[in-house]
Design a binder for this molecule. Structure first.
Ligand SMILES: *Cc1c(COP(=O)(O)O)cnc(C)c1O
Length: 427
């Protein structure tokens, strides 16, 4: 695309954008100090869909009107409420509906899935993470090692960017596996790296892991709703994601999990059981023996928190009205416009460390000009009602989300960035 640095050009892209009407389905934060909101933080917490309140209120009303009968007798019975998420999850991850389930929250799901798929032996027990792994994922891996009696320091292997680089190379993972593969039980890796915004080669990771005899688990927190995936075909053992980032389901909303169907009915591993993982047909016979549910639902334990699941259903309904390819297409031009404006206006001052050919909608910006104080710059942006986020040690993450951000948001961001720089001297 031939971009132009003009207000009218951004306005014309918005007029031609088939996804532009979706913006009206979300609540934006308020204007502050005469600045309209420029919300570029959907990678951290997506905006609230208007529909969320309707769906939460519907279940509050069902609870008021039906009480215990709400489990079976409302229009949206709680007994099967979690299944309303399965179609959307399957679509967004490229899975079968039987392979996905809405349950718990992300970190909890990683632990629950590792209880089944991290099965260390004396010689094969190590876990590969990436060196910049999100802290929660690192804590999960380290504590699982300790739970199984291994040394967390020695048992964690890191896939690291090359000296002086920030991006990860698949060939370096390949080398790591060639060297240490026999001692590795599990690869626990993200689909999109949260700090740099790099989209990892998930198919490649799954293949390398499988060939080395390791289990593979993917953390899709920054991938779901952002990039296209084919989990069933790529065939990791498991995956998990939260729903409050690109999916817009709200803080602490119920998360999702994927278990590949080759594991269904397998006796190779144990599963942590609760009554909601019991076969539904006989669940309420309250038998002493456990009859497993089919598919990913076996990993459910409790009856789900309906009020935290309702906004997930609302959010997925919006995604069901758009083609994921239309979203990724817009993401490419929208984020491309942001990157183009940054190169044009801020060369030598600010640069993106996000790989141009392996990204979703996020750009991770670093200040390269010593005369600008990055932290002050971030605060100056906040004062101008720009919401991105600061990630230690020195990155400002901004994510124009194709579902609700406009080309004008991006253009206006560049304007406010230019102003903010003037007020952010180093020293
Ligand atoms: C956002 C995110 C989390 C958050 O975990 P919760 O259990 O939802 O608090 C974990 N891991 C990664 C990679 C994330 O991006």
């Amino acid at each position: 695309m031939n971009y132009e640095d003009r207000h009218e050009f951004a306005a014309s892209l918005d007029r031609e954008d088939p996804l532009a009407p979706f913006r009206d389905r979300f609540h934006f934060p308020r204007a502050r100090h005469d600045y309209s909101p420029i919300y570029l933080c959907g990678n951290s917490l997506g905006l609230q869909p208007l529909l969320a309140k309707t769906y939460v209120q519907r279940e509050l009303t069902n609870w008021a009107d039906f009480a215990v009968d709400g489990h079976f007798h409302s229009d949206t019975p709680w007994i099967s409420y979690h299944r309303r998420a399965a179609g959307g999850f399957a679509e967004l991850t490229g899975a079968k509906t039987s392979e996905v389930v809405a349950m718990n929250t992300l970190t909890v799901n990683l632990h629950i899935l590792m209880a089944s798929f991290y099965r260390p032996t004396e010689n094969r027990y190590k876990i590969v993470i990436e060196s910049q792994a999100f802290p929660s994922d690192r804590y999960v891996a380290a504590s699982q090692l300790r739970m199984h009696g291994f040394d967390a320091h020695e048992g964690l292997l890191e896939w690291t960017p090359r000296e002086g680089e920030t991006a990860l190379h698949l060939s370096d993972l390949e080398n790591l596996l060639a060297r240490d593969g026999d001692s590795i039980a599990l690869l626990l890796l993200p689909g999109v790296q949260y700090y740099t915004g790099q989209v990892l080669d998930m198919a490649g990771i799954c293949e390398l892991g499988r060939n080395a005899g390791c289990a593979v688990g993917l953390d899709l927190a920054h991938a779901i709703g952002n990039v296209e995936m084919s989990l069933h075909d790529w065939a990791p053992d498991f995956a998990a994601w939260c729903t409050y980032k690109y999916l817009n389901a709200g803080p602490g909303a119920i998360a999702g999990a994927f278990i590949h169907e080759r594991h269904f009915g397998s006796k190779d591993f144990e599963t942590l059981h609760g009554w909601w993982g019991h076969d539904e047909a006989t669940r309420f016979k309250m038998e002493k023996t456990f009859t497993p549910a089919g598919g990913a639902e076996l990993w459910q334990m409790s009856n789900p928190p309906i009020l935290a699941l309702a906004p997930v259903i609302a959010a997925l309904e919006i995604f069901s009205a758009v083609e994921l390819t239309a979203l990724t297409k817009k993401a490419a031009t929208l984020t491309g416009y942001l990157e183009w404006l940054i190169r044009k206006r801020f060369a030598g001052q600010i640069e993106s460390i996000t790989p141009e050919h392996a990204r979703g909608c996020q750009l991770s910006l670093v200040v390269s000009d010593q005369s600008i104080n990055p932290r002050t710059l971030f605060e100056q942006l906040c004062q101008r009602n720009v919401t991105g986020d600061w990630r230690e040690p020195d990155v400002i993450r901004v994510a124009p989300v194709p579902l609700y951000n406009s080309y004008m948001d991006v253009f206006e961001f560049a304007n406010r960035l230019q102003e903010a720089i003037k007020f952010s001297p180093a020293s």
